[in-house]
Design a protein around this ligand. Structure first.
Ligand code: SF4
Length: 694
């Protein structure tokens, strides 16, 4: 904990950890942060915070920070420290040589959900305008890309529908594949407050979560399903609602497309979607499924909150569409206390998606094949843009291994640790001719890089983050970047060196350009953010003060579109060779790959990933608490220590992925969502056995 001395001034900024987007007052002595004080004026947190935002900021000045650019001709050579100018010139030259040798499509880049909106906007602009292709993707690919797809198809906008505060009006809350008290703690506390007031709770999760232990919790049901069976469960809930005649006929007839609704209705009534049939698939008692469906349909206001336990599956997009079906069928859209609410993992997942980081979407989810939208960007940027979607992250890896994709610029993401099937990722990175990594630490990915550019933390930059409720919050610079440059300045330098001029003096000018080109942002400016504190998009002529609740009168696509959600079992099945199913998640004190929290006092609370295993599975294998375990999947193997726990059902094991040494992603496979390639982190068939200490 860093708390010392008295501050001489303070600056309001936004937490750089989870998608709640809490506001803090950084209390400063000169350029030193004395403490982070939760800001009462922050509309996402109203003065509340968790241990990460409040205490885990010391990584910003950690001795491991990269502060000087470095280059090397090949990855077996030592790093050479160089000036910014030399590093940028080297990067631009190697990228151009690669394109000359292998073609325009042979390079691409990855934006980061940790960086600001302005920074992600500039990286995708660099790739589309200076690289001349659409090979841009974001780390949201591996978390919430199915949310983007599923919500866009059904309701026309790739975003959650409510404010966090809206949950205080909910009568029933369905939490699916999310663990808010650990992963989104400030929202988790708000939800607990509502549960203590008597709202009913439905949890759909293979593992028991702390929300189920809320003191004075009234009615709650845990639908503890087998990993990989989410679609069957959502279909069964809808089946009960339709069979019992509990649909909101008025909402459906006024707001939804009738042909699609009739098609969905006929599908959902089929016997395979009945609670009894789904009990066989999920392992959850039909009576509990029926009870949950009635609670959801009969409440005045029912809301759905979901996390990566929904999206990171081979049917992640199907489950998101099933969730939207459920909300539309019961009329739980367009007012406070209801809605569909993806809980975003990283601080700016929503923003990186909004800013056009995907290979198929320009900023504001405008498809690259949309001639009118593309023409607007072409006129503003002064280039001709490609109308074909580019490569997604997993396609980049595959193409690199095929010898076609040869150069990559990665800003603020550690793909070698965070993406599944580590061996496959590392082999792809090793096959590149030029890898440019821009990061605050020498991460796992940087081991394969030819250029290392110092990144800047949230304390060293100006910009905005957009949280899970579409709230655009200001990030304010409180200290000089240790490497001398903010991330957006580095992208500008690289673009200029590549011959595509960029000229911005401040991120506010980048936001002005975003507003000019993005219909949902036309009313957003730094001046308005100063006046209002924060803005929830859409903010434009129709909604000049932003939009706390979406889809109040209609959907952006006119009518809501029900989607047929056929359950297809995952290929990751338990077999005699791999009899257990592994699922993964996070804990309160650590954060994602741990690059930041492991370099703070939070490390003392959780310093290794462990494998939670049910007592019955442990007994079968002679395993005791703390034993070392070998864990093997079809992708690879690793070792972790055991924790005997009844939080899972027999046959299911669980771990976190915060520590590079544990190799959680060495064993996850490259099975992925059919629509978006989001990896199936949440289901991996494994064998577990006791081993001697490594
Ligand atoms: Fe930061 Fe999320 Fe904690 Fe808020 S809840 S302080 S945004 S990590």
């Amino acid at each position: 904990v860093i708390e010392q001395g008295q501050p001489d001034h303070s600056v309001v900024t936004t937490c750089a950890y989870c998608g709640v987007g809490c506001s803090f007052k950084a209390e400063m002595k000169g350029e030193e942060v004395i403490r982070m004080v939760p800001y009462k004026g922050g509309k996402a947190n109203m003065g509340h915070s968790c241990v990460k935002g409040r205490f885990a900021f010391g990584y910003a000045t950690h001795k491991d920070r990269i502060t000087e650019p470095m280059i090397r001709d090949s990855i077996d050579q030592p790093w050479k420290k160089v000036s910014w100018e030399e590093a940028i010139e080297f990067s631009a030259r190697r990228l151009q040589e690669t394109q000359t040798k292998y073609g325009r499509e042979s390079i691409g880049g990855i934006t980061s959900s940790r960086c600001t909106n302005e920074e992600t906007y500039l990286v995708q602009k660099l790739i589309r305008a200076a690289f001349g292709n659409n090979n841009t993707d974001t780390c949201a690919r591996v978390c919430h890309s199915p949310t983007g797809y599923g919500l866009k198809v059904t309701m026309g906008e790739a975003a959650g529908t409510q404010t966090f505060e809206s949950v205080l009006q909910s009568d029933t809350v369905l939490v699916m594949g999310a663990n808010p008290t650990d992963a989104h703690p400030v929202f988790g506390s708000l939800l607990r407050k509502r549960l203590r007031q008597g709202a009913k709770l439905i949890v759909i999760d293979p593992r028991s979560i702390d929300l189920l232990k809320t003191p004075h919790l009234g009615n709650a049901v845990h639908l503890q399903l087998r990993p990989g069976t989410n679609v069957a469960m959502i279909n069964a809930l809808a089946h009960v609602i339709v069979s019992e005649g509990l649909e909101d006929a008025d909402f459906i007839s006024k707001r939804c497309d009738d042909d699609n609704y009739q098609r969905w209705r006929a599908f959902i009534q089929q016997p395979e979607n009945s609670p009894e049939a789904v009990e066989e698939v999920t392992g959850v008692a039909a009576s509990d499924i029926r009870k949950a469906a009635l609670w959801f349909a009969e409440a005045g206001n029912s809301a759905i909150y979901y996390g990566l336990g929904v999206t990171e599956h081979s049917q992640g997009s199907t489950t998101v569409m099933g969730i939207a079906n459920l909300a539309m069928a019961t009329g739980n859209i367009g007012r406070e206390g209801v809605g569909v609410n993806p809980l975003r993992g990283q601080n700016n997942v929503q923003g990186s998606c909004d800013m056009g980081s995907f290979p198929h979407d320009l900023p504001g989810y405008q498809h690259v094949a949309d001639d009118i939208a593309r023409a607007r960007f072409e006129a503003r940027w002064g280039v001709t843009l490609d109308h074909e979607p580019g490569l997604r992250i997993p396609n980049m890896f595959d193409s690199a291994l095929a010898g076609e994709f040869k150069g990559m610029y990665v800003q603020g993401e550690d793909i070698a640790q965070s993406d599944p099937n580590t061996q496959h990722v590392e082999a792809a990175l090793e096959a590149l001719d030029i890898l440019i990594v821009q990061d605050i630490f020498l991460n796992e990915t940087a081991k394969f890089a030819h250029v290392l550019l110092p990144g800047s933390t949230f304390l060293e930059k100006d910009g905005t983050f957009t949280n899970a409720e579409r709230r655009i919050n200001r990030v304010r610079k409180v200290m000089t970047p240790l490497g001398g440059k903010q991330d957006w300045e580095v992208t500008v330098m690289l673009s200029n060196a590549l011959g595509y001029p960029m000229d911005y003096k401040h991120p506010s000018e980048i936001m002005d350009e975003i507003a000019e080109l993005t219909p949902t942002f036309t009313g957003v400016s730094y001046q308005k953010l100063e006046e209002m504190g924060s803005i929830q998009w859409p903010c434009n002529e129709e909604f000049p003060d932003g939009s706390p609740t979406m889809h109040v009168e209609d959907f952006p696509i006119g009518e809501g579109q029900f989607a047929v959600t056929q359950y297809v079992p995952t290929s990751e099945k338990s077999t005699s060779r791999f009899p257990l199913l592994l699922t993964t998640g996070r804990i309160l004190s650590q954060y994602n790959v741990g690059a930041q929290t492991r370099r703070t006092a939070n490390q003392a609370w959780h310093d290794e990933d462990i494998l939670e295993i049910h007592p019955a599975d442990a007994e079968l294998r002679g395993i005791s608490d703390g034993d070392w375990l070998g864990i093997r999947s079809r992708a690879g193997d690793t070792v972790m220590r055991a924790s005997i726990s009844e939080r899972m059902q027999p046959g299911v094991v669980y771990t976190t992925f915060h520590h590079p040494g544990s190799g959680a992603n060495v064993i996850t496979t490259d099975s992925s969502d059919w629509a978006t390639n989001c990896p199936e982190y949440k289901v991996t068939a494994v064998q577990v056995e006791k081993v001697s200490q490594p």
